[in-house]
Design a protein around this ligand. Structure first.
Ligand code: UDP
Length: 383
């Protein structure tokens, strides 16, 4: 089903948790500032929830453009629905991850909209395309300065390039800011915290209160592993086979909400899934947050989920050789195991949260700070 702006809407009658309690803040006096926000992927819809509300509160006009890089309803529409996001003003529905195609379509939008800034989140191809399409306009990058050091990952190359192109670099912590200074980026660096922490603070309590997902799956709090796998490298058949074997050797029941591309590879390659692993469709944010915050251990290759695990106080096993969220590893809350089945199973068995862990990546008020910086800096800068 399609909405007026061409965005997929969840089918009528489907069960949805909604965050009615977390209504956006009312707008204050409108200014002339106009932000064009580019989203296209699951984590970006989540990151945009607190910032869209904060921009409205600051009186900043926001035009949201959805590239359609993620178009599957379970990766896109569900988030607009339950996080009370407004439907994107412009839905390009491109259904591709090709940077050149996305950038070309976004360039036409930017030229037509003439925003004061083009705002992009994270490290996906839509992020890079947005930053490229914003050439000639100030680009604002939320989640700037993250580095895993692994240039074989497309996300790492995207991060570096987007930071180089940005005029406003919103870094989650001092480490990221130092990296940006070391790379001699030309934009203004602001350490603001992480908008994903804002989303967790805003929505996770509701999720635990309202979600019936644990009961539906027949799992008890603290007695299951929540796993996600979707990185390009990890859906190569041999790696995926090893990862699934490792998860299957854990003593716990494993719940695996599978990204469509992971599910496709599992099926196409006939990868055997051990009976202790329950593969389900991707979940909306609230059901997922209810599971993540009550898991015994999180085993993942996701970037966002490594941080969420930390904020939820759940130990994390990262099935990658590197991470951009280095501080979670240094704090002893996250361990990198790559794809070795025995290491995965052992790490899950050994995973514990360290006592007295430090606050990482902000205090849940990053969106407010970003909106304040943009509100102050932008008027009058429109080309
Ligand atoms: N997530 C979700 N449902 C799922 C799996 C993940 O809502 O079935 C959320 C998760 O809580 C986190 C975000 O999606 O906020 C992470 O997105 P993803 O792993 O796709 O991207 P990454 O963070 O690796 O860029």
């Amino acid at each position: 089903m399609r909405g007026a702006a061409g965005v997929s809407i969840a089918p009528a009658g489907s069960r949805r948790l909604r965050s009615h309690d977390a209504q956006p803040l009312p707008a204050v006096e409108a200014t002339l500032v106009k932000v064009l926000t580019v989203v296209g992927n699951r984590p970006q819809f989540i990151k945009s929830a607190p910032l869209s509300a904060a921009l409205r509160h600051e009186g900043i006009e926001e035009i949201v453009v959805h590239t359609g890089q993620h178009w599957d309803a379970s990766l896109s529409a569900v988030f607009f629905d339950e996080l009370s996001l407004r439907a994107p003003a412009i839905a390009l529905d491109l259904r591709t991850s090709e940077v050149a195609t996305i950038e070309q379509a976004l360039r036409a939008t930017v030229t037509q909209q003439r925003p004061d800034t083009v705002l992009v989140y994270g490290d996906t191809n839509s992020t890079l395309a947005g930053a490229g399409a914003g050439a000639g306009y100030p680009v604002a990058h939320v989640e700037a300065g993250l580095r895993s050091g692994d240039l074989t990952m497309p996300e790492e190359r995207n991060r570096i390039e987007v930071d180089r192109l940005s005029s406003f670099l919103f870094a989650p912590d001092e480490r990221s800011a130092a990296i940006l200074r070391g790379e001699e980026v030309t934009g203004e660096i602001h350490v603001v915290g992480d908008v994903m922490a804002d989303a967790v603070a805003r929505f996770a309590p509701l999720a635990r209160e309202r979600s019936g997902i644990l009961a539906a799956l027949g799992v008890e709090p603290g007695a299951f592993v929540l796993a996600t796998v979707h990185r390009e490298a990890n859906v190569q058949p041999e790696r995926l086979r090893r990862i699934v074997a490792g998860l299957g050797r854990s003593a716990h029941r494993v719940v695996l909400p599978a990204h469509p591309r992971t599910r496709n590879v599992l099926a196409a390659q006939g990868i055997e899934v051990p009976p202790s692993i329950t593969v389900i469709d991707p979940l909306g944010y609230l059901d997922f947050a209810a599971l993540a915050s009550q898991a015994a251990v999180i085993a993942t290759d996701s970037g966002g989920l490594q941080k969420e695990a930390y904020w939820y106080g759940v130990p994390c096993v990262t099935m990658r050789p590197s991470t951009e969220w280095v501080a979670t590893v240094e704090a002893g809350a996250n361990v990198l195991v790559d794809d070795d089945p025995d290491r995965i199973a052992t790490a899950i068995g050994d995973a514990r949260m360290p006592p007295g862990r430090p606050e990482l990546y902000g205090d849940g008020r990053a969106a407010e700070r970003i909106a304040a910086v943009l509100g102050e800096a932008l008027p009058g800068r429109r080309p």
